[in-house]
Design a protein around this ligand. Structure first.
Ligand SMILES: [Zn+2]
Length: 108
């Protein structure tokens, strides 16, 4: 599907007023479907790799899931693990915060 919501809204504006209400209802249905699809982005079980998972409430504000195949519960990672590790890396490799040499800076 290549039609974006913006395209649809643009088309809707061209419609005669009597069709608008009906179309608007349809658009709302479509948008709800699109939103539902977004939320149903493929999530796979970290243990067995199954995508047969059910939502299982929230954990620390993140969507939690339960695997229908092995029963494993897990949360959506959405890059936060990566963010955490890169932050840690910066601490490990960053300068110690004193004795900083100006010669190291060649930009600016
Ligand atoms: Zn599983």
């Amino acid at each position: 599907m290549n039609i974006t919501l913006k395209d649809i809204i643009g088309l809707a504006k061209e419609l005669p007023e009597e069709s608008f209400a009906e179309t608007y209802e349809k658009l709302k249905e479509i948008k709800e479907k699109v939103d539902a699809e977004k939320e149903d982005a493929p999530v796979s079980c970290p243990k067995c790799g199954s995508i047969s998972v059910n939502r299982n409430g929230k954990r620390n504000g993140r969507q939690a899931y339960i695997c229908k195949d092995c029963g494993k519960t897990f949360v959506e990672t959405s890059g936060s693990a990566i963010a955490y590790s890169s932050k840690r890396k910066r601490v490990e490799t960053g300068d110690p915060g004193h004795g900083r040499r100006r010669a190291d800076r060649q930009d600016g």
